[in-house]
Design a protein around this ligand. Sequence first.
Ligand SMILES: Cc1ncc(COP(=O)(O)O)c(C=O)c1O
Length: 397
Amino acid sequence: MPGMEVFGAEERKEVMDVLETKALFRYGHEHIRKGMWKTAEFEAEVCRQTGAKHAHAVSSGTAAVTSIMAAAGVGHGDEVIVPPYTFVAPIEAVVLAGALPIFAEIDETLCLSPEGIEAAITQNTKAVLVIHMCGAPANLEGIVKVCKKHNLVLLEDCGQAMGAKYKGKSVGLHGVAGAFSFDYFKITTCGEGGVTITNSKQIYKNIDQVSDHGHTHEGDNRGMEDHLVMGANFRLGEMNAAIGLAQMRKLPWILGQNRKNKKYIKDRLKEIDGLTFRKMDDESGDSATYLNLFVPSKAIAENLFNQFAKDGVGGVANWYTNMYHFINQWNHIRSMKYPSRLAIHDLEAPQDYNNLNLPKSEDVISRLISIGIQCTWTEEELVGYADKIISSIKKVL
Ligand SMILES: Cc1ncc(COP(=O)(O)O)c(C=O)c1O
């Protein structure tokens, strides 16, 4: 939880600025603001650090995914290729938009693979929603190539990957648009919040409008603004944006610490036979929030996870069984349960979600153990944590 690890005086100061002016809304109210526009400043900081031409903040990572999909024209009846390993939010966003998820294979990058995408394409496929899991990018070069070849819209869910880059370019800028989460658990947090980035002015305008009831945000009279399209309320409040602004300013430090701490633990684990690591095309772009290990079998992964628990080692995940991030744990999604009728209930589902055949993803996730990296570890804590992990691993391998 790096963002919350460094939450302190800077976040309080930014929030107090907002409280003192009482300008809690991101638009208008110039007469009370004293020149403070926290959401706009937050967006400018996101642009500065990601290199994006445009950033637009919204109320959550889920709202960010929903907004970029709508902005890119992905909706009713469109097939969208997604991974079976992710937090559920982007899958919900696809279904609630009226689109149809197609689950494709991931590989040892922990993200959709180009081959997995290619195998899942049908004549109805409109988009690929790649999800950069655990802070590191997918094989974007291969994925961009497949999308170009088949004329597919590439959208990036970078919910867990603020600060990550692929071959020098921020995640979120390799396709049409990217969506980030700033919820409580992320590398940089607003408490609750999200942000979208894109290099396309038109996509930015679409996001700006669909996330605020279609308002064009032109002129100085909100009540009289034009509305070219419908939208919803995914606005970020100034208080949450103020926290995000302070957090973004800390991102370079967080990334530096994460990368140093992760490298230390990884170098020590390299000595152990039987362990391999997550595949990355460009390890320098990893935001290093997790060190991801593969053990030889599902049974060993379960034993190791239990051993960590016995030995009091915290901050580890076995996603296959305990963290609700793999499709085997999503009964409600596989059966598309929702209180009201959705497009997917009326349209023909492109896959039998209860009987998917994803052997590669099963194999990868069943052998995966993820170790959370903290940016605030002291040297002593870091060494002590590595010692404990190694001791547990040696008992099992
Ligand atoms: C990959 C991914 N996308 C989207 C989200 C949704 O973000 P939020 O909780 O801000 O709606 C999350 C949250 O964990 C996530 O991990």
